[in-house]
Design a protein around this ligand. Structure first.
Ligand code: HSE
Length: 305
């Protein structure tokens, strides 16, 4: 019987601009989790991001997601669980840090009970816990994902773009809660704006699949959530403009924010784009760091040694 497993889960950037609650991408920045069955109750050790805030409890997503699946898959009593986290993804910045904990718990429970479920099946469990599928799907499957609900279940189409991209993630010091960022969005939008976003989302997927990246600047536009969230992230317009002027195809609010993310060609001067975004944030009174990231194509994986 297996008693210990390590799970590596990538950061994710949801929405990708116009694909609100639908599109997502996995990036090569990772949180690592080790799950060990013990006889000593709940224990948690955290290194890195969030180490001062996170506690071992039934409310911690890394534990609750584990037991959500463990209790469904086995009758074995779990008398103790030690979770060790090494977090590199900043919390509450729109890079899917909470999704990594949900996905890690589900992957670990599945593995330690005999790996009966596929990652595609885990997308639905993870969505039930997270509330929307656009972070958990790429965190599990890697690549870009188009997620949707059908007959009460979350499904996801994973795909890889025809040509490489770089993501330049400018992460401001100020976090933004997803709850607050979702409250800023109106209940209803005009038909015109809905059509605008349907067109932009379709164009974005088409541009990525064909490698026709000349369409990306238009395809990354959004009218469903970004205009309402911009006032919550100081400097957004200026950072978007700075990224484009420095050679990016375009920039978006990553997930619910507060990270702003530019998409660029691997041939672009990504350092210059990152610095331009950082300077624009600084002019708006926000300190920030930037990461130059690639697409993660594998998604969450277990390492058993
Ligand atoms: N689609 C979600 C949102 C992602 O934009 O609110 C954040 O979890």
């Amino acid at each position: 019987m297996k008693t210990k497993v390590k799970v590596i889960v990538p950061a994710t950037s949801a929405n990708c601009g116009p694909g609100f609650d639908v599109l997502g991408a996995a990036c090569n920045l990772y949180n690592e989790f080790t799950y060990e069955l013990t006889k000593r109750g709940f224990e948690l050790e955290v290194k890195g991001e969030g180490c001062e805030r996170l506690q071992a409890s039934g409310k911690n997503l890394a534990f609750s997601s584990f037991f959500r699946l463990w209790n469904e898959l086995t009758d074995r009593r779990c008398t103790g669980l030690k979770v060790t986290m090494h977090n590199r993804i900043p919390l509450s910045r729109g890079l899917g840090s909470s999704s990594t904990a949900i996905v890690a718990g589900l992957m670990a429970a599945n593995f330690l009970t005999g790996s009966t479920l596929t990652k595609e099946q885990l997308v639905d469990y993870a969505t039930e816990i997270e509330g929307h599928p656009d972070n958990v799907a790429p965190a599990l499957l890697g690549g870009f994902t188009v997620s949707y609900m059908a007959y009460g279940k979350a499904n996801s189409l994973r795909f890889l773009p025809a040509r490489e991209l770089r993501f330049i993630a400018a992460v401001p010091e100020e976090p933004l809660s997803t709850f607050k960022a979702r409250q800023a969005i109106p209940e209803t939008v005009s038909h015109k704006d809905a059509v605008f976003n349907a067109g932009r989302s379709a164009l974005l997927v088409g541009a990525l699949l064909t490698g026709e990246y000349k369409y990306l600047p238009d395809a990354m536009e959004d009218r469903l959530h970004q205009p309402y969230r911009m006032p919550l992230i100081n400097g957004t317009q200026a950072v978007f403009k700075a990224a484009k002027n420095a050679g990016a195809y375009g920039a978006i609010i990553s997930g619910a924010g507060s990270t702003l993310m530019a998409y660029a060609s691997p041939k672009a001067d990504c350092e210059a784009i990152g610095q331009a975004m950082q300077q624009a944030f600084a002019k708006a009174g926000q300190k920030s760091v930037y990461h130059i990231l690639k697409l993660d194509t594998e998604g969450a994986r277990t390492v058993n040694n």
